[in-house]
Design a protein around this ligand. Structure first.
Ligand SMILES: C[S@@+](CC[C@H](N)C(=O)[O-])C[C@H]1O[C@@H](n2cnc3c(N)ncnc32)[C@H](O)[C@@H]1O
Length: 228
């Protein structure tokens, strides 16, 4: 059950309302914390036109709206916080091919039967749910040889190295500048590769995305994998 105590509820409640009413979707898909850095939809490795795509933890739905509107994909986007989904509907309900649901990612994966042509997460459910549980559930809802692509906070950004497959106590910085603790799986590429392989995926490529004004330390790890 999602309670008002969830840090993600506070995150949604404090996130500024960008607009009241319909918005034009962004012209670029963003995986990182800074705009115009790294790849866009080419990270999927294939054209998604008329393909079915699932986003896990869509927030206000900007990337999902881009994929549906600009790339012609049939996008299902879920977020466990109803306020986020209401915000996404307020902005993008006018976009055909975009379906938005309030639902926890694991619950959505376990309860549904549709199988998708691509699954992705942008700082969403991947990295916030135990990958040993989440990756097999994604595998069951993804067509063979199709992409799973996700971005997570880069494990070196806090100068902490991932030491095991157990979650670390991560922090979510809220828009008001306060921090809330939450479990995060902050894994490096070899550990993601091993976990993906155990769940029936092959890692295809990884990227490190940076803050362009501080190029030293990467902010984001972007991983592209294929279901075997
Ligand atoms: C950092 S925000 C990213 C939102 C969006 N992907 C973006 O890039 O703007 C993380 C989102 O994941 C959602 N989330 C966290 N855990 C989730 C879960 N278990 N199932 C579904 N959504 C989840 C949160 O409510 C939040 O909207």
């Amino acid at each position: 059950m999602i309670t008002l105590k969830s840090p993600w509820h506070a995150y949604a409640a404090q996130s500024p309302r960008e607009h009241d009413g319909p918005l034009s979707p962004p012209t670029r898909f963003e995986w990182g914390t800074h705009r115009q850095t790294g790849p866009g939809t080419e990270a999927f490795g294939r054209d998604l036109c008329r393909r079915t795509v699932l986003e896990l933890g869509c927030g206000a739905g900007h990337n999902a709206a881009h994929l549906a509107n600009q790339k012609g994909a049939h996008v299902t986007a879920v977020d466990m916080i109803d306020l986020q989904i209401r915000r996404a509907r307020n902005y993008y309900e006018h976009i055909s091919r975009l379906t938005l649901f309030t639902c926890d990612a694991m619950r959505f994966l376990r309860c549904g039967t549709d199988v998708y042509d691509a699954v992705y997460s942008v700082f969403g459910a991947v990295g916030l749910i135990d990958p040993a549980v989440l990756l097999p559930a994604i595998h069951a809802r993804l067509n063979r040889h199709r992409p799973l692509v996700f971005s997570v906070p880069h494990p070196v950004r806090t100068a902490r190295r991932s030491v095991s497959h157990l979650p670390q106590t991560g922090f979510l910085t809220l828009p008001d500048g306060t921090c809330r603790a939450l479990p995060r799986w902050e894994l490096d590429v070899p550990k993601w590769t091993a976990l993906l392989a155990r769940s029936g995926f092959r890692l295809c490529r990884s990227w490190e995305l940076h803050n362009p004004t501080k190029p030293g330390i990467p902010t984001t790890l972007l991983i592209s994998a294929r279901r075997l």
